[in-house]
Design a protein around this ligand. Structure first.
Ligand SMILES: [Zn+2]
Ligand SMILES: [Zn+2]
Length: 291
């Protein structure tokens, strides 16, 4: 709900004309309640979980990019991937959807706004960078905690059912893990609250990042390779490959937490051995990272 009856009133209140995007936002949200606008988060997450993994489904089914597959011996059929999607969507409706609705008071409490003016590009970028850093750090510790004996057996084991992950499996987890990992996602916006649009962009980017990280493919042209200390698909794939015993590569986005706390040693030794092996064989077997 925007507290101005017309675009002209909003312009007078802001002391300038609305931008094109602000006018669109005004037309859409002026007469709708803040709660109604916030509920779009569910629709957005549904679209991201459904659409973002689709290019990887195509890649997996055609086999055209097999040389970039991290675990090339593992292949998934369409029905395998659809089963994963169905499981994820069931949990999405039961847990994520409900969580979004009941978390509305906390959105109000921390001060995420949905009115005018819309945030500047600089504000959006700065906040999202901060959200990624906060999420990565807090997710690292929660994930590491989930690898204790009790946490793994009771909760985290479900996410590790995919020893060779696929895009659809990124949110595949026990309901308790989905709730727990909601904390790091929400912590950034709670500390540095912004506009609901920034919040939507944040959760969209975070989910796309998680889907890419679980894609099972390491594309050399991926733009994420330009991001300093970015982990990426191969980094997290190793964590799934090792499975329950994994005490390596806990971080969700970047690599520096694992480096600082010494939890990337297994991964680095493994990489070294693979490089040696490739050298000895005198040829590069594209995609053969872990087997
Ligand atoms: Zn894990
Ligand atoms: Zn994972």
């Amino acid at each position: 709900m925007i507290p101005y009856p017309t675009v002209e009133d909003a312009s007078v209140a802001l002391g300038r004309n609305l931008t094109w995007f602000e006018t669109v936002w005004f037309d859409y949200s002026a007469t709708r309640s803040n709660f109604y606008v916030y509920c779009h988060t569910i629709l957005l997450l549904f679209l991201v979980f459904t659409l973002a993994p689709l290019p990887f489904v195509f890649v997996e089914l055609t086999g055209w990019f097999d040389r970039f597959k991290i675990q090339p011996k593992v292949k998934y059929s369409l029905s395998d991937m659809f089963r994963c999607y169905k499981d994820v969507m069931t949990l999405f409706l039961l847990v994520v959807g409900t969580l979004q609705i009941v978390s509305y008071p906390s959105i109000q409490m921390v001060g995420i706004r949905s009115g005018l003016p819309l945030p500047s590009l600089m504000e959006i970028v700065a906040q999202i960078v901060v959200y990624f850093l906060i999420e990565d750090y807090s997710n690292y510790w929660i994930h590491r905690l989930l690898h204790c004996k009790w946490g793994y057996e009771k909760i985290h084991r479900v996410h590790h059912e995919y020893t060779s992950p696929i895009g659809f499996a990124s949110p595949y987890a026990h309901w308790a893990e989905i709730l727990l990992l909601g904390i790091p996602t929400f912590l950034g916006p709670a500390i540095a609250p912004g506009h609901i649009m920034t919040f939507w962009l944040w959760i969209t980017l975070r989910q796309i990042e998680a889907i890419e990280t679980h894609s099972g493919y390491d594309f050399p042209w991926s733009l994420t390779k330009c991001i300093p200390f970015y982990g990426g698909a191969e980094y997290h794939d190793y964590h799934h490959y090792v499975g329950g015993q994994s005490q390596s590569n806990f971080a969700s986005v970047f690599t520096y937490c694992d480096y600082i706390y010494g939890t990337d040693k297994g991964y680095r030794i493994h990489k070294k051995l693979l490089h040696q092996q490739v050298k000895e064989e005198g040829e590069h077997k594209g995609g053969m990272k872990y087997d």
